[in-house]
Design a protein around this ligand. Sequence first.
Ligand code: 5U1
Length: 675
Amino acid sequence: MTRAGDAAARIEALRESIRYHNYRYYVLDDPEIPDAEFDRLFRELVELEQQHPELISADSPTQRVGAEPLAEFAKVTHVIPMLSLNNAFSEEELAAFYKRVSEKLETETVEFVAEPKLDGLALSITYENGKLVNAATRGDGVTGEDVTHNVRTIDSVPLRLRGSDYPRLLEVRGEVFMPLAGFEELNRRQQKMGEKTFANPRNAAAGSLRQLDPRITAQRPLQIFCYGLGQVQPDKELPVSHYDSLMQLRQWGLRVCPEVTRVSGFKCCLDYYQNLSAKRSALPYEIDGVVYKVNSFVQQQQLGFVSRAPRWAIAHKFPAQEELTVVEAIDVQVGRTGAITPVARLKPVFVGGVTVTNATLHNRDEIERLDVRVDDTVIVRRAGDVIPKVVSVVKSKRKAGARKYKFPDKCPVCHSSIVYEPEQVVARCSGGLFCSAQRKQSIKHFASRRAMDIEGLGDKLVEQLVDEGLVQDVSDLYRLDKTRIAGLERMADKSAENLLKALDVSKNTTLPRFLYALGIGQVGEATALALARHFGDLDAIMSASVEQLTAVDDVGPVVAESIHTFFRQPHNKDIVKKLRGKTIGIHWPALEKKQVSGSPFADKTVVLTGTLAAMTRDQAKARLQELGAKVAGSVSRKTDFVVVGEDAGSKADKARELGVTMLDEKTFLDKLGGH
Ligand code: 5U1
């Protein structure tokens, strides 16, 4: 075949593939591949068509915006088409966009409005004389679906506009989305009722908006952020810039994203992108990039449009959080408490900014739900610092004869039986401390930074110590001698000395750390701290009844039972005794309870936002907890103080909105200082 022939064949194959995935995405609401993969196919087609313009046909996916609307809904024609955005996938591509705009406008410093690119569905809502009369999805950009009945059920969409100075006809455009917490709750509900779960919040939002019965939509936690105007009549008194029009929309009662801001010049665009990227995992909804729009409407008009998108706007995308890869094997890992977690071993894939080789499969039920098999092509997701997970299997790529995964019934390490607690999905190895995997995990946990903080005692060394029979339980760590340690692979006199020193240093600890280090089921750092604060000393905790334990803040019957059982085990009591005994001598200062009761933060709920110059977020949190505060992740009417550092974002806005007391860093440190 000739090169032109090769290109023609590839173009046709790409078009077919894009049509198929468009259908899955837009019509079925059930995409098979991640957005990043789709973007790549699309870009390859655009590039090939640019190189071979003679091969462009009117029916190519590049020559129209979306796909066919669903048949069940009435069709709505958008008088002003709903366009899409061009993408920039790198700083260089953003720079090229900036250059094009500034050259065309003959200005070096262009003012933009920057806002998050939400991962939802574009919507058009029309108000006549201030009343909501119509709402339509984007569809193919020209014809959408009438979803008025469903949109009316979304709380954040006003049915009437505020005030009286709105135009007779106002069409607003925005993004409907499902916040993360609502999405997780919805999936839990769906699973409980044996209904289909959604792969991500975008699918959940799309599925919810495209319901024929508005009563179903009304139960779905949909939200909206408005980001622009469509038709407006009369349009004489409209603001002259995009930013002012958003502020005007807000005044009319329409919801605009609080992260919207004006930025001038290329560097400020990049700063906004970086700040938002750092904030991304803390936002309550999913975003996949930043949208920059030239602020002045006059300048927007000067720039105009290219076929499917405006020249005055661009979406600067974050690195993809979902990618395709292949499952090379499925293993199970044994945790500290014997929990058996299946893990997919993956062909290495770059996702969410790192190379991922393993992804959790959570439990046996999840393997069943996904029906994941060795050799399957899967979508893997890594968002923020969250452990990578397999989102779904691309069934159309499954090889013939791929066999269903059989969950083991014996622990792969100690060969004890795997058991299930009644009503629990977690499988556990029944080997207890006989199982070396459980022992290794509990020793690693004991030594970890937030527990006993034994520097130099990393995972590899713990494994060697257990495998060589030098350490059976954590108390054996403190009996190690230099010659034995130095004799281990990759160890020498100096590293052995350092480890012994670190072990010695670790003996001077705090009660909450020690409690946490013991690895009692269900006892994390916060519970350990609450227990230490409530009882004041370890003996009181060890002898407490379940009822007495339940009296502690945040300790429910399950946690209380777990603590109680732990301290009834002769083996555990023996280890604690050895650790505190004269020979080893782990000790901690007595807790000064009076410090807590006199503090301005005692029993207060505090939220931290932004960056503090004097301490890290963890240090501030620990200090507040020591002083009796509960440190929460989000602002509500129950919040007593919000500590506001540099570059604080929406939490500060929320605090302002709710009238919560805000402390700047200096006031915060002054309050801490006295205590
Ligand atoms: N935030 C935001 N998302 N978004 C999507 N703004 C925005 N603007 C869009 C689209 C498609 O389009 C206009 C620039 C035409």
